[in-house]
Write a protein that binds this ligand. Structure first.
Ligand code: ADP
Length: 212
């Protein structure tokens, strides 16, 4: 059965990378909350500047802004297309609002957690880089200085120790409790191994879940 997937994972878990592979295989439309907010943060407006400040501090943007952009995304989804939500919900209030919205649109959904230790999260975040142009993410062991698209590789402005610490704390304190709302339809995937291995086991588990 085709359904929306709600991806959870500590910062650095690789959920963005896995999300792309999953979305491609099952034809899902990705909603990446952080990327949508970073787009808004680049705008030269009061809202843009406000959002940039919140993101750089590693804090959460208001539920009002988040729900507005996610609702807009759902309203514009092609009929019959399922979605993959990355970065929402981050707390129980958002989970309740999102679930109400999805139910209102008659959508079926399940939670997916990509699990890693805090140690792995810290190691990956302090060493990852992103492309200034296309925003592709590269791990520490990527040998080149340039992205595949030719763009310059930079450290994300919120991948600094203080912001990282704050985001991980929020994940543990707020996002983990929000996951309990999905416990009836939930899949946990080990995010510690290499990307290829994670993808293989994730797609296998998802095949089973979606065919049930
Ligand atoms: P990470 O998962 O590494 O924190 P994201 O790209 O998912 O990175 O998010 C970047 C930032 O965008 C967050 O630190 C937060 O400020 C904001 N953000 C993303 N998703 C949400 C959300 N659901 N609610 C509030 N703020 C959010």
């Amino acid at each position: 059965m085709i359904m929306d997937l709600i991806f959870f994972g500590m910062q650095g878990s690789g959920k963005g990378t896995l999300g792309k592979a999953v979305a491609e295989k099952y034809g899902l439309e990705i909603f990446e909350t952080g990327a949508e907010l970073r787009k808004l943060a680049q705008e030269d407006s009061e809202l843009g500047r406000k959002i940039k400040k919140i993101i750089d501090a590693g804090e959460l943007v208001s539920d009002e802004v988040i729900m507005e952009i996610v609702e807009n995304f759902i309203n514009n989804l092609e009929a019959g297309k399922a979605a993959l939500f990355d970065g929402i919900p981050r707390k129980i209030e958002q989970a309740k609002l999102l679930n109400t919205l999805l139910k209102k649109h008659d959508r079926k959904f399940a939670g997916v957690l990509l699990e890693i230790s805090e140690e792995t999260a810290l190691r990956r975040l302090t060493t990852r880089r992103i492309c200034k142009n296309c925003k592709e993410v590269y791990p520490a062991n990527y040998e080149n200085d340039k992205c595949k698209c030719g763009g310059e590789l930079i450290t994300r402005s919120d991948d600094v120790p203080e912001s990282i610490k704050k985001r991980i704390e929020t994940f543990k304190e707020k996002t983990v409790p929000a996951m309990t709302l999905y416990k009836d339809h939930f899949l946990t995937i080990d995010g510690e191994p290499q990307i290829e291995e994670v993808q293989k086991s994730a797609l296998k588990a998802l095949d089973t879940m979606l065919q049930a």
